[in-house]
Ligand binder design. Structure first.
Ligand code: ADP
Length: 468
């Protein structure tokens, strides 16, 4: 997951939790407030009825119970909660809202009422659809009827329906608003994070674009974290550059230094071989010294070449591919027992440095000859703005496991055999470096016993206009 998504997700998560907690708290506050008001209303209504009762039961019977409430005055001749829950007390008076229905509490609520003298309870009145839910305040009262005092209960209730619908309406509005806020914040957070990370992505792009030689990144203005990062990267790049230069200089110096003694050895061995009488054994030894010195000479010049690859000046010009391939054939055919064939469209041109491309092809053909090829085919064709050149041979082939590492420096398939054949193990590394310096690429296909094909692609060029 990207940093951008992580920060956005974290922000969204935090906001979601905050909105949830806030929503629950607000709902709780609103619910408490609404229920408190309802309780207050019921308490006041019951006080009013009790005031009337104190004036005598008859007064209440005449005045009636408040019409705005669901209320009932019951006499309790028997104080048995289970029985009361089933049948209620003797109904003395009911408010008109109740109609023919009775206001009954649950057994536990009747018990609380009888024990404590008052109780808060929920009661349900059956009707069409879901029953009507009421909040009921019940209290014990004494009813004086014509001089006889009866134990009774006053029940006053009000529906909680409108209160609950206010609460659910609040919940819907809150959820909708919270969702909108959440969505807007996610969008805002995404764009803010993207803007904040833009300089970092810029640094990453610039650093990625560095391929061969490390170049310093342009430092952004200011002293923020990104500027610090760029300065640190530039410091590292410059140290890398210095290490790279030191390594190149060392390789160049070592190669130059080695060349002189090798030239001297070859000179003296040549002199001894040509000018002095030698026994067969001495001649043989000197031939070995000569061969090894020559091999070392090639190794040193390949090494020097490769060490300079970072500083090569490649000047591509349009080249006719057929000419390039024919030139190689003419150069190698006389000394080669097998056949070299050239297959290319005469109108095919590529962009390249003639000297360097000649070096590439000569290297590939030399390798094919060393692999005991009998037939070498040099092919070229155009594909989507590029030219692919193939050097195919029917030589020994390369085992599959070596193919991925074949272009590495000093990599040889069969160390002893390849040494014998005078290779340095640097040829293909040089070929690859040359092609990469041209913006090209190289790949290999091979099968042991059947042969090998090295292919490389380079940008194609338009044929030059005909001379008049
Ligand atoms: P060298 O300079 O020693 O020839 P290269 O880098 O040119 O080294 O080649 C590396 C190894 O790849 C060689 O030692 C050889 O074993 C193998 N190789 C290269 N080209 C071919 C080929 N056409 N057929 C078979 N083996 C090959």
């Amino acid at each position: 997951m990207t940093l951008r998504s992580r920060i956005t997700l974290l922000t969204a998560g935090l906001l979601l939790v905050t909105l949830l907690v806030l929503g629950l708290a607000l709902e709780g506050l609103l619910r408490g407030f609404l229920y408190r008001s309802l309780r207050q209303e019921l308490l006041e209504a019951s006080n009013q009825v009790v005031r009337l009762l104190n004036l005598g039961g008859q007064t209440l019977l005449e005045a009636g119970l408040p019409a705005s409430l669901y209320a009932e005055l019951q006499l309790l001749p028997e104080e048995n909660p289970a029985l009361l829950a089933q049948e209620g007390g003797i109904s003395l008076q009911k408010s008109p809202a109740l109609g023919s229905q009775r206001l009954l509490l649950k057994e536990a609520d009747y018990r609380t009422l009888l024990e404590r003298g008052e109780a808060w309870a929920y009661a349900e009145l059956p009707r069409e659809g879901p029953p009507l839910k009421l909040l009921v305040y019940a209290r014990r009262v004494e009813v004086n009827l014509s001089g006889t005092v009866w134990q009774g209960a006053l029940l006053v209730g009000k529906p909680v329906e409108s209160l609950e619908s206010t609460l659910s309406q609040f919940a819907r509005i809150y959820a909708g608003t919270a969702l909108l806020v959440l969505l807007l914040s996610i969008l805002l957070a995404r764009s803010l994070v993207a803007r904040a990370l833009e300089p970092l992505e810029w640094v990453a792009r610039r650093a990625e674009a560095i391929t061969t030689r490390p170049e310093p990144l342009p430092e952004p203005e200011g002293r923020d974290e990104v500027a610090t990062l760029v300065r640190a990267l530039n410091g590292m790049l410059s140290r890398m550059q210095q290490a790279f230069l030191a390594q190149t200089r060392f390789l160049q110096d070592a190669s130059h230094e080695l060349r002189t003694p090798i030239t001297a050895i070859l000179g003296h061995v040549g002199y001894l071989l040509r000018r002095t009488p030698l026994t067969e054994a001495q001649r043989e030894s000197l031939e070995i010294v000569k061969r090894e010195a020559e091999r070392m000479g090639k190794l040193v010049s390949d090494l020097l070449e490769l060490s300079q690859s970072g500083t090569w000046r490649i000047e591509p010009v349009p080249l006719r591919v057929l000419d390039l391939l024919e030139e190689i054939r003419e150069e190698f055919a006389p000394g080669f027992a097998g056949e070299i064939r050239v297959e290319a469209d005469p109108g095919l041109y590529l962009l390249g440095d003639p000297y360097r491309l000649h070096q590439v092809l000569a290297n590939l053909v030399t390798n094919a000859i060393k692999a005991k090829a009998q037939r070498i085919t040099l092919k070229a064709f155009g594909v989507e703005g590029r030219v692919v050149v193939r050097v195919e041979d029917d030589g020994e082939g390369i085992p599959q496991e070596h193919l991925p590492r074949i272009f590495e420096r000093f990599y040889r398939v069969d160390k002893a055999r390849d040494r014998e054949r005078g290779g340095s193990g640097l040829g293909l590394a040089i070929v690859k470096a040359i092609l990469e310096a041209h913006g090209g690429e190289i790949w290999v296909e091979s099968e042991v016993g059947k042969g090998t094909a090295f292919s490389f692609s380079l940008p194609s060029a338009a044929p030059p206009p005909p001379l008049r």
